[in-house]
Ligand binder design. Structure first.
Ligand code: ADP
Ligand code: MG
Length: 339
C-alpha cells in the first residue's frame, strides 16, 4: 500500500506577525506544494528521502526529542511523529519519498507543507483545524520557534480561488474570493533565512511585553498603543494593532473588488513591518520599492516572517513582472495508491 499526501505552501497576502497574538491574517494556499508517498511496513522506523536534501530522515516511532535529530530537516518529521503519538495514533514505520515544488526557507511555508503532508501520510485524521493544530505543535517542537497557526491552517484549509481570512483567536476561516482582475506574484529576494535562531522569538517576546502594559493586542485600539512608555514596544504594538485593522479592511476590499484600496493596504503593511516591527531587510525594501513603482502593480510587501524571503505583489491581470505567478488553491489532501 502507498499513501500519497499532498500539502500546498501558502503566501500571506497581508497580516504578518499578527497570528501569535490572536490577530487576523489573509493568506492563500498555493498551487505548489509538497508530496509525501509512504508505504507502511512492519518496522519501527519511518524512513523518508527528500528530493531537497541527500541525507534521509530515519525516525524511530517512539522518538521523544526531535531537537537533536540529524539531518536537521528530519526534526519536522520527528515533531509530527511525536505529536501523532501524543494524540493517540499508533504509528507504523515504513519508507517513503518527499518531493516538493516549493522553495525552502523563502517564506512560502515549506515547513508547514512538509509537516502537513507527513502527518496525513502517517495517518492523521480530523478536521483541517485539528490537523493544523497538530502540525503547529510539531513545528514548535521541532524548531523551538513559537510559531502561530497561520501556515498550517492555510495549508489544510485552502479553497480554490479564495484568500482565507483567518481569525487566529477564534480559529475561524472565512474564504474570500479573489476578484478576476487581480493576480498574485511572488518574488524571491534571494535572501534566504531560517526562522530557527532568527529574531522572531524576540519579536514575539516584545509583543507579550507590550500586552502586559495594554492587555491583549487583539483588543487594543491605536490610542492604547500610545500609552506604552517604551519606544520599541510601542512600535511593535502599533504594527500589530494597525495590521489587524488593515487585514479586516483588505478582506473587505477584496469582497468589493476595490483593487486600488487592496494594493494601498499592502504598501502600508510593508512600511509598518519595516519601520515599526523592523523585520525587513535592505534587499526586501529595494525589491518592494521597485515593485510599487511598476505599472500594473496595485501594491507589494514583504510576506512571511521577514528577515529575507519573498515579496508578494498584487497586480492587474496580465501585468508582466519577473516572479512566480501563483493561484489560490485547495488545501491538503490524501489518497491511497494501488501498489
Ligand atoms: P519556509 O517554511 O518559509 O520555507 P522555514 O525556515 O520555516 O521556511 O522552513 C524551511 C525548512 O523546512 C528547511 O530548511 C528544511 O529543514 C525543512 N523543509 C521544508 N520542506 C522540506 C522538504 N521538502 N525536504 C526537506 N526539508 C524540508
Ligand atoms: Mg516555515
Amino acid at each position: 500500500m502507498i499513501i500519497e499526501a499532498y500539502s500546498p505552501g501558502r503566501v500571506n497576502l497581508i497580516g504578518d506577525h499578527t497570528d501569535y497574538s490572536g490577530g487576523l491574517v489573509l493568506p492563500m494556499a498555493l498551487d505548489t506544494g509538497t508530496t509525501v508517498r509512504f508505504s507502511p511496513l512492519p518496522t519501527t522506523t519511518v524512513t523518508l528521502r527528500s528530493d531537497a536534501d541527500p541525507a534521509p530522515a530515519a525516525i524511530e516511532t517512539d522518538v521523544v526529542d526531535p531537537t537533536t535529530i540529524q539531518p536537521a530537516w528530519a526534526r519536522y518529521v520527528a515533531g509530527v511523529v511525536v505529536e501523532l503519538r501524543s494524540a493517540g495514533y499508533d504509528i507504523s514505520g515504513g519508507t517513503g519519498s518527499i518531493t516538493t515544488t516549493l522553495p525552502l526557507g523563502a517564506g512560502l511555508s515549506s515547513s508547514a507543507a512538509l509537516e502537513v503532508a507527513t502527518a496525513l501520510a502517517l495517518g492523521a485524521l480530523g478536521s483541517a483545524l485539528e490537523v493544523a493544530q497538530l502540525c503547529r505543535r510539531a513545528e514548535q517542537l521541532a524548531s523551538g520557534v513559537p510559531c502561530g497557526i497561520m501556515d498550517q491552517l492555510a495549508a489544510t484549509a485552502g479553497v480554490q480561488g479564495c484568500a482565507l481570512l483567518i481569525d487566529c483567536r477564534l480559529l475561524t476561516v472565512d474564504p474570500v474570493r479573489i476578484p478576476d482582475g487581480l493576480e498574485v506574484v511572488v518574488i524571491d529576494s534571494g535572501e534566504h533565512r531560517a526562522l530557527v535562531g532568527s529574531p522572531y522569538v524576540e519579536r514575539r517576546a516584545d509583543c507579550e511585553r507590550a500586552a502586559d502594559v495594554i492587555g491583549p493586542l487583539r483588543d487594543a485600539a491605536r490610542g492604547d498603543v500610545e500609552r506604552i512608555p517604551d519606544d520599541r514596544l510601542r512600535r511593535r504594538a502599533r504594527h500589530v494593532v494597525s495590521e489587524n485593522e488593515r487585514v479586516a479592511e483588505a478582506a473587505d476590499a477584496l469582497r468589493t473588488a476595490d483593487l486600488q484600496r487592496f494594493g494601498r493596504l499592502l504598501r502600508e503593511s510593508h512600511r509598518s513591518l519595516r519601520d515599526d516591527f523592523e523585520v525587513s531587510t535592505p534587499a526586501l525594501d529595494a525589491l518592494v520599492d521597485e515593485l510599487n513603482c511598476t505599472t500594473g502593480v496595485f501594491g507589494a510587501r514583504l510576506t512571511g516572517a521577514g528577515f529575507g524571503g519573498c515579496a508578494v505583489a498584487v497586480v492587474e491581470r496580465g501585468t508582466v513582472i519577473a516572479g512566480r505567478r501563483v493561484h489560490a488553491s485547495a488545501g491538503a489532501r490524501v489518497r491511497e495508491l494501488k501498489g
